[in-house]
Design a protein around this ligand. Sequence first.
Ligand code: SF4
Length: 180
Amino acid sequence: MSKIRIATTSLAGCFGCHMSILDIDEKLFDLAAVAEFDRSPITDIKQCGPCDIGIVEGGVCNAENVEVLREFRRHCKVLIACGACAITGGIPALRNGVPLVECMAEAYLDGIGTENPSRTVPNDPELPLLLNRVHPIQEVVRIDHFLPGCPPPAEAIWQAISDLLAGREPTLSYTQLHYD
Ligand code: SF4
């Protein structure tokens, strides 16, 4: 029997949602029996190929995030927004109330403890271009399922994955829904 293929990525996130996936503990063995990983921190594959399930952590803060997210949408049959940062922009979106130019000045020029004799903001072409604001991922591509929480509890992540594996729509109980 061919295994289902899962890809995961962290955009503007802290990898806490990925750690919560690992918190399904012994269920990881059940998952490994029926699934294999495409792009993810486990495989270190850099491009997302054709997949059954894509799990996205984090909001969209720069041009590279947009590219990766669109790639996931193109290649994943089902796309899951995992965690508050993906669904609302979360912690990274706290900068949305401050103009980007002021954020950059605070980070690289004028912030307390900043030492930057050249008085320049990093602008290497290799650096992803920052967007003016951090976006929830559903503002950029269509999302099929949402797992709220910071991070979503492991049992909610497993519930969603196991429902999908069984061909069901993910259904979370009241106690699995966290809005922290
Ligand atoms: Fe980290 Fe919480 Fe954002 Fe997940 S939702 S990436 S745990 S800050």
